[in-house]
Design a protein around this ligand. Structure first.
Ligand SMILES: Nc1nc2c(ncn2[C@@H]2O[C@H](COP(=O)(O)OP(=O)(O)OP(=O)(O)O)[C@@H](O)[C@H]2O)c(=O)[nH]1
Ligand SMILES: [Mg+2]
Length: 417
């Protein structure tokens, strides 16, 4: 097993923490510092390599198994900056360590049984969380807890099913059979409920797409700038100003939303503008939500089929109802409406919900096997379906994950995770 290292803090700070993990971690740290402090006690040490002073760093050792990866680990709090990191990295390589691959620390932690696959995924989501709702979803661990409880219940159902196999038919108490199928049905329904929340959980993990659509000069770009709180899109009084779709990340009620301003919809002989109109409609057709904007007295554009939308009158300062991006009138209410919409599209209320295709596939397989089990009266056949359900559920936690799945999950992580 190689000893690996990587910075585990972001760039540009005053301090860069480098984690070293593996069988040689303590020896390599000792080679750099001369003398290691007692486990889990921080100490300031000068780092030397081949007689050269590299840096002065705070050093903490975490001997196995009480470390993030379960291996011997050392964390070096170096001074931030490229040059320090480069020279310390070179020294560690000279001592036999190698840079960690993306997700390699987490993978080692998983392999040491420090965290299961759901916890590893939740940790990656927590580190990537940009908004409050994303943080809350990742930190809650609802799916991890639910998965453990489901596995335990399924184990008990399987034990009861096994007991029935040895029973002669005529002696079978009907209430035992009823309790068994009832238990399977309740579990199956809970998995279905979790799967029903999957679209919301996935949207929260990935962020929503909101599109502003409407006739030229409706004030769409002005609205985007006002909602984003920055000057992103060009505003002018000549209709047909916006051609390319212009997007910006905004936080609506703790939910990350990619808000896109589009070209004003009209028939036009200008080929570039016509392409912009086409793109506007294509964007709106794929959006999670469409904001239809129109000035006083103007017709609203037709909403794309099947997509929730809001009709919004702009330029209310010129008279009439609606909002005015110019004076700010109605903007607070609009923000609140958009936040409510974003929350409704992503709300799981803390209930367990799969947010990744891998998790959904495992839950679907489990649910399908339980449904098949319910349709079978023969104890041996039903027992076999329950075993299939149990192994699909074990895959959700990573219990019997194959190499390719682990590669796919952990390679999606960043270096240092
Ligand atoms: N009075 C008033 N004028 C506004 C308001 N919002 C936008 N305008 C003006 O309306 C004109 C068009 O604004 P834009 O935001 O460029 O409109 P648009 O819908 O993006 O236009 P296209 O990109 O051409 O489709 C500009 O002159 C803006 O200053 C508003 O709330 N009140
Ligand atoms: Mg515009």
């Amino acid at each position: 097993m190689s000893t690996i290292f990587a910075p585990i803090t972001g760039r540009g700070g005053a301090v860069t923490v480098v984690r070293l993990s593996g069988p040689q971690a303590l020896a390599q740290a000792e080679a750099l510092t001369g003398r290691l402090p007692p486990p889990r006690r921080a100490a300031l040490r000068k780092l030397y390599h081949e007689g050269r002073l590299l840096d002065e760093a705070l050093l903490v050792t975490f001997p196995r198994p009480h470390s993030f990866t379960g291996e011997d680990c050392v964390e070096l709090s170096l001074h931030g900056g490229r040059a320090v990191l480069a020279v310390v990295s070179a020294a560690l390589v000279a001592l036999g360590a190698r840079p960690a691959e993306p997700g390699e620390f987490s993978r080692r932690a998983f392999e040491a049984g420090k965290l299961d696959l759901l916890q590893a995924e939740a940790m990656a989501d927590l580190i990537a969380a940009e908004t409050e709702a994303q943080r809350a979803q990742a930190v809650g661990g609802a799916l991890h807890e639910a998965c453990a409880a489901w596995r335990e219940r399924l184990r008990q159902l399987m034990a009861r099913q096994e007991a029935l196999i040895d029973f002669p038919d005529e002696d079978l108490p009907p209430e035992v059979e009823a309790a068994l199928t009832g238990g399977i049905a309740v579990l199956r329904d809970e998995l279905r409920a979790a799967l029903a929340l999957a679209p919301a959980a996935e949207r929260l993990r990935e962020g929503l797409e909101f599109v502003i659509l409407g006739p030229p000069n409706a004030g769409k770009s002005t609205l985007l700038n006002a909602l984003a709180g920055e000057d992103v899109a060009i505003v002018s009084d000549s209709p047909g100003t916006t051609r390319d779709a212009v997007g910006v990340r905004v936080d609506f009620g703790g939910v990350p939303v990619h808000l896109t301003d589009t070209a004003g919809l009209r028939d036009t002989a200008d080929a570039i503008e016509a392409e912009g109109v086409k793109r506007a409609q294509a964007r709106a057709a794929k959006a999670d939500f469409v904001l239809l904007a129109a000035g006083p007295g103007e017709d609203f554009a037709a909403p794309p089929e099947g997509i929730p939308f809001l009709r919004l009158r702009t330029k209310a300062d010129l008279g009439g109802e609606g909002v005015s991006a110019r004076t700010g009138a109605g903007m607070a209410q609009l923000r609140a409406q958009l936040a409510a919409q974003a929350q409704a599209l992503t709300g799981t209320k803390g209930a367990p919900a799969p947010a990744r295709p891998r998790q959904m596939a495992c839950l679907r397989d489990t649910q399908a096997a339980l449904s098949r089990a319910l349709a079978l009266a023969e104890p041996e056949l039903r027992g076999e379906e329950l075993r299939i359900a149990a192994s699909a559920l074990a895959r959700l936690a990573g219990g019997i994950a194959v190499e390719e799945i682990l590669d796919a999950v952990f390679s999606g992580f960043c270096i240092g995770k």
